[in-house]
Ligand binder design. Structure first.
Ligand code: FAD
Length: 596
């Protein structure tokens, strides 16, 4: 049975040393919160208690028991409803939401650290508030004032939860194929159709469920230009705000899955009888743009899941490696048998896990800080610059971190040896849970296509080039350091910069979009490794400064060594990927369908 310890010291290190938290604290939106190291520490410590004492203990039991569907609807696993009450009573559901709707209005940066904890402690549970947060964001940005007043306070408090209803059997990655119908009637619409794979599409933990649904009105044009977004509550909302009649939307079945067993994945039937009443969000036919608000929010948070599961798997593997006695130290034939942490190859695996987790965390938290600046900085030009950086980074955080999450969870099994392959230790669950994160909210291929096909070209590569220039500045600054580790890090980072520059030149310089798409995942992963290396280098510099100032802590020494490991053993993957990118995927496209 694995336990979870929230790595609050690591989280605070990233927040305090690698992000512009002090600048974020001065933004007008956060002026009243008096955000400083004390507040960050207090929030993280409280969140850690909930994650470790309430959510983590029901992770494995939820995995074993799963959910059930009966005539009343979905029944969550034991302990989930109580944990959810605990979660919302603590105000955690709305910590990143605006105060005007009852939230605590804290920066996304702090919220991101709590997201990491919820997902590491219990990813199935965390999906429910994650989708509520995405629904809140879509209604807040695209809904009418009346819709905001009607739905946001209860969604923010968590009394109601939210869902995202995009997928239909013929419309997965390609949402242009959505067929669900919305027929106008009075001041609402009636929806008919079926959605599949809807996360937390039904449950009894909250009073109401607010579904955000993509559908087509009768005269809508074909394709993505004819999709509209609707709010479809499970229970209609009375004028006084209380829950009224049951709407014609039901979970008709639930999927049996590889992982996240305690998160219901529902087939939702809309309009089996008179039609489900739905309210149009914004204008007709602009639904996909609104849904993208929700998807971007969710994509970033799914990226956090890669990190979170990686951290959980690492902790389990580390504890097992300390405990498991096997063999003797290299070069000795007799004497005490030792724990497996003595073996260099086990250490290699642990370092792979630890260093990639730290790189993922740094990139994710820095990205969250861009979110705060993009959303709240008073100067429009500054907001625009942060938004541009964010647009490029979100597919990387989602695609790269979730791929790494699987790799790290798999290493966790390897460290457990045979015990990793049996369910008892819990290592299997981490890999099973991690596996979905590269699929939902847009597969890795879709994230890579977004980066290489859209984001990179939006400004002719200017945002990516500015990012590369920033990384190069760090590499150059480190090259002047008089410390062997930092000099070595600077050299490795300079090589990474070169790889990303050449890969970007290739991606921008070729007109063959088949070639661009064939190597897009390689390009996205390369970008992730180099961005991760950048922040590991910055972490090394910060740790070195603390050590130089006489803070001789094992924590800072470990940060420096972990950065060295990443630069020596992980970042060189960027060069291998560059070589693949430059081949332009020629062999990928050569076989005919019959030859596969
Ligand atoms: C557990 C779970 C929970 C989910 N939760 C939700 C939810 O809450 N709400 C919701 O609406 N949906 C949800 N989904 C659906 C999920 O978002 C889709 O499964 C996902 O978007 C992929 O769509 P698909 O399954 O139809 O795969 P497909 O689109 O059929 O893709 C199959 C393969 O083809 C590739 N591919 C497809 N098109 C392209 C392309 N243009 N370029 C390159 N590669 C391509 C994909 O990368 C993938 O490898 C969930 C799914 C699961 C399994």
């Amino acid at each position: 049975m694995t336990t979870y310890f929230a790595p609050t010291q690591d989280m605070q290190f990233v927040i305090n040393e690698l992000t512009n938290i002090s600048e974020i604290a001065t933004l007008p939106a956060f002026a009243e919160e008096e955000i400083g190291t004390d507040l960050v520490e207090a929030v993280l410590e409280e969140a850690a208690k909930l994650a470790t004492e309430v959510l983590a203990p029901i992770n494995k039991t939820g995995d074993i028991q799963g959910i059930t569907l009966n005539a009343e609807g979905v029944i969550p696993a034991d302990g989930f409803a109580d944990a959810y009450q605990n979660f919302i009573e603590g105000g955690w559901n709305g910590i990143g939401c605006p105060a005007e709707f009852g939230g605590q209005g804290l920066p996304e940066l702090i919220n991101t650290a709590t997201q990491e904890m919820w997902n590491a402690a219990n990813m199935s549970f965390a999906l429910c508030p994650m989708l509520t947060a995405a629904a809140i964001e879509a209604i807040r940005r695209a809904g009418s004032d009346a819709q905001k007043a009607q739905f946001l306070p209860q969604l923010v408090s968590g009394e109601w939860t939210g869902t995202m209803n995009l997928t239909e059997s013929q419309a997965g990655s390609d949402l242009s194929a959505v067929r669900c119908r919305a027929v106008p009637e009075d001041d609402y619409y009636r929806l008919f159709g079926q959605k599949i794979f809807i996360t937390w599409g039904d449950h009894n933990m909250a009073e109401n469920i607010i579904h955000l649904v993509l559908a087509r009105t009768p005269d809508a044009p074909e394709g993505v230009k004819g999709i509209s977004l609707f709010i479809v509550p499970k229970f209609l909302v009375n004028p006084d705000g209380s829950s009224g009649d049951r709407n014609d939307v039901h979970a008709v079945s639930v999927e049996h899955k590889l992982g996240i067993h305690a998160s219901p994945t529902c087939v939702m039937a809309f309009g089996d009888k008179e039609g489900a009443i739905g309210y149009l969000v914004g204008e007709e036919n602009k639904g996909l743009a609104y849904m993208f608000i929700m998807m971007n929010e969710a994509r970033f948070k799914v990226g956090i899941q890669g990190l979170a599961i990686g951290e959980r798997a690492y902790q389990a593997a580390r504890e097992y490696a300390k405990d498991r006695v096997q063999g003797r130290p290299i070069g000795t034939k007799s004497g005490e048998r030792v724990n497996i942490m003595h073996h260099p190859d086990v250490r290699r695996m642990l370092m792979m896990m630890k260093s990639q987790n730290e790189a993922m965390r740094a990139l994710a938290y820095v990205t969250a800080a861009h979110m705060d600046m993009a959303n709240h900085h008073p100067d429009p030009a500054t907001r625009k610059a942060h938004q541009a950086r964010l647009d490029v980074l979100i597919p990387v955080v989602k695609g790269w971190s979730t791929e790494l999450g699987i790799e790290v969870a798999s290493l966790g099994i390897q460290i457990h040896g045979g015990m990793g392959f049996v369910e008892e230790t819990g290592a299997c669950q981490h890999l099973r849970d991690a596996r979905i994160a590269t699929i939902y909210e847009g597969t890795t291929g879709i994230q890579a296509a977004d980066l290489a096909g859209r984001k990179l070209h939006m400004d002719n590569g200017a945002t990516m080039r500015a990012l590369i220039a920033d990384i190069e500045t760090t590499a150059k600054a480190l090259s002047r350091a008089s410390h062997d580790d930092l000099t070595a890090i600077s050299q490795g980072l300079a090589d990474g910069v070169q790889a990303l520059t050449e890969a970007t030149d290739y991606m921008l310089g070729t007109d063959d979009m088949n070639a661009v798409m064939a190597v897009s995942v390689d390009y996205m992963m390369l970008t992730g490794y180099v961005c991760g290396g950048w922040h590991m280098a910055r972490a090394a510099q910060a740790a070195h400064d603390h050590l130089a100032n006489g803070q001789d802590s094992g924590f800072h020494k470990a940060k420096l060594v972990t950065a060295c490991f990443y630069i020596e053993h992980v970042l060189p993957k960027a060069n291998a990927l560059l070589s693949s990118v430059k081949k332009g995927g020629t062999s990928i496209m050569r076989l005919t369908e019959e030859q596969f």
